[in-house]
Design a protein around this ligand. Structure first.
Ligand code: PXP
Length: 242
């Protein structure tokens, strides 16, 4: 099986920093540590309200990182301008509501085709790899390909929140969606709500090429340190891909 890439989302290092103002802890420092601990990429979500990552963080990450930067962003003119200036390796287009605590569902690529098309095209024309953060649904995957996005990231939040039979059912949906996406030529990623306890079943899906994980890793870092938190996640992912 191909190696599974780990993208470490460092948003919540910025959440802690912003709780007090000032510069500590520094998300760019966390990103460099993540790189040393085995992350294949760094993910950061510049939200419209700048509740965690700020514009200057994106500049610092782009400047300091050797591994690829994946900028998560809403499909707005403001974010497009920032992305075109910062030129991250990839942009993951996410739905964004001010009142939500985190990205609660996938973007509706079918319903928003006309709004998304110029943004996806502008990013792609600038050489940025575009990913659509969607529910594990064939129609949304098809619509993402029709937009010209080479990558889909399947939302694993419902899987992470479910238990027992319900979780098994959602896992099957994710598996089928990942297979379908790969079959029609897309690169498939997954993420949201993944932890040491639930990552293996997602990592075992052979069509998935990358996981993006943030909140749990940063939380676990309080107890075991960021380096160990990332190394353990990396090891769990690698275990099931052998
Ligand atoms: N992927 C995407 C597109 C996201 O929006 C998020 C949350 O910012 C994640 C992955 C990571 O989710 P979590 O922080 O729950 O691991």
């Amino acid at each position: 099986m191909s190696k599974l890439r780990l993208g470490v989302n460092i948003d919540h290092v910025a959440t802690v920093r912003n709780a007090r103002g000032g510069d500590n802890p520094d998300p760019a420092r966390a990103a460099i540590l993540a790189e040393q601990a085995g992350a294949d990429g760094i993910t950061a979500h510049l939200r419209e309200d700048r509740r965690h990552i700020r514009d200057e963080d994106i500049v610092a990450l782009k400047r300091d990182l050797k591994i690829p930067l994946n900028l998560e962003m809403a499909a707005t003119e403001e974010m497009l301008a920032i992305a075109l200036k910062a030129k991250p390796h990839a942009c993951c287009i996410v739905p964004e509501k001010r009142e939500e605590r985190t990205t609660e569902g996938g973007i509706d690529v079918i319903g928003q085709h006309n709004r998304l098309k110029p943004i996806v095209s502008a990013l792609a024309d600038a050489g940025i790899r575009v990913s659509m953060f969607i529910e594990p649904d064939r129609k949304q995957i098809d619509a993402s390909r029709a937009l010209g996005a080479p990558v889909v990231e399947l939302h694993t939040g419902a899987y992470a929140n479910a238990t027992g039979e319900a979780r098994a059912k959602i896992l099957k949906h994710i598996h089928n969606a990942a297979e379908f996406g790969a079959d029609i030529g897309l690169e498939v990623h997954a993420g949201h709500g993944l932890t040491f306890d639930n990552v293996k079943d997602i990592a075992a899906i052979p069509h998935v090429r990358e996981l993006n994980i943030g909140h749990f890793l940063i939380g676990e870092a309080i107890f075991i340190g960021l380096d160990q938190s990332i190394r353990r996640m990396r090891a769990l992912m690698d275990e099931v891909r052998q």
